[in-house]
Write a protein that binds this ligand. Sequence first.
Ligand code: SF4
Ligand code: SF4
Length: 188
Amino acid sequence: MVSSDISEKLAALPGISHRVDQIKHLVDACIQCGTCSASCPNLDFMDMTPRRMWRYLLAGRVEKVFASHTFTLCSSCYVCTLRCPRGLPLTEAMAELKQAAFALKLDQFRRSRLFYAAFMENIRQYGRVREMEMMTRYFLAVKNPLVPLGYASTGARLLKKNKLQPRLPSRGPGKLAHLFEQAHRQEH
Ligand code: SF4
Ligand code: SF4
């Protein structure tokens, strides 16, 4: 079901399909040594090892790659990139996969996409994260009252330790708006 959804969306969006081909070229010298998997601090949370994911990508099994959450769990620590014996830009490839998956608007990444959008909006506005505002934006976007409930105990603990500071949101284009516009122009 998910696979056919991914294939249909890729067929309908040739620009994203082309982008996926470019990501494939980033890793086409992979020798399947597994160093990236062995080095990744987030491996335990992934449903597929990075090594296996690169293998599926190179074999053209894109639906398998996008059916997995592995690339969404990359925290851009760059350890795999530093250790890959072929010197492949793995962190960049992970980030490109996230961008492609979000552009495809696949249901399984909806929450990740909305969280990322709330995070980036915060950065654009303030140049840093204001946790309460970011999470409020995220909860409003998700439109599911059960999601905030899942964060309630963490929020209460952070408030108790004075780690969260409620503040009114700022208006205006944002501190880093010019950088975001420049990046957008370079990408298109
Ligand atoms: S470390 Fe590099 S060569 Fe080894 S499996 Fe990972 S991507 Fe492939
Ligand atoms: S950059 Fe991402 S995939 Fe690579 S080791 Fe770090 S968290 Fe894992």
